[in-house]
Ligand binder design. Structure first.
Ligand SMILES: [Zn+2]
Length: 95
């Protein structure tokens, strides 16, 4: 059974953890709708980038998205049932 070769001291642990800090996200506000937007990315609310409409936020696309999501939700339960059986068979074969 594998064991650690040497004890990790508290200072060693803290020095390693000095790089664990998360970086702050620089979000700006959309000039059109005022929603918070990530830099160099189109606004998810109104679909504009640099004062230009990039993403289509029409009703047609919304309907298509809803339809595709509905299909996925209907199809998922049938797919979920056989999946655990495969996982179990793999685990039993390994052990
Ligand atoms: Zn916007």
């Amino acid at each position: 059974m594998a064991l650690p070769g040497h004890r990790r001291t508290s200072s060693h642990k803290r020095r390693r953890a000095s790089h664990f800090a998360l970086t702050k996200i620089n979000a700006s506000t959309c000039p059109k709708c005022g929603e918070s937007v990530l830099s160099h990315q189109a606004c998810q609310n109104c679909g504009t980038y640099n004062g230009r409409a990039v993403l289509s936020t029409d009703k047609k696309t919304e309907r298509l998205l809803k339809k595709s999501q509905a299909k996925k939700t209907v199809a998922e339960p049938a797919e979920k049932e056989p999946a655990p059986k495969q996982k179990f068979s793999r685990k039993t074969s390994k052990a």
